[in-house]
Design a protein. Sequence first.
Length: 105
Amino acid sequence: MEIEVIDGMKAWRQSHPKATLREMEAELDGRLARMRARLLEEIAASSKVVEWETGAGPKCPACGKEMNKRGKEKRRLKTGGGESIELERQYANCPHCGVGFFPSG
């Protein structure tokens, strides 16, 4: 990923030889935000909360009871840098109070 950003910036700079420092910074910031989002998505996908065994799942944030699996679903989120990422997680619901939950990982 890092090499992709560096090589991309070098190519961009060659095609924009009169770019100002501000323009270079904006281009770099956009590329870094995309790289950050991809890395964040990969790290979140490898999290232990992607799957859980009975007795080891998340607890209900409302009542503290163990949540039940409700099936996997995808969720699109925005990073702090404004990029979209997609996470697939096991949704859960509380058998006691009915609260739904999507573990953040």
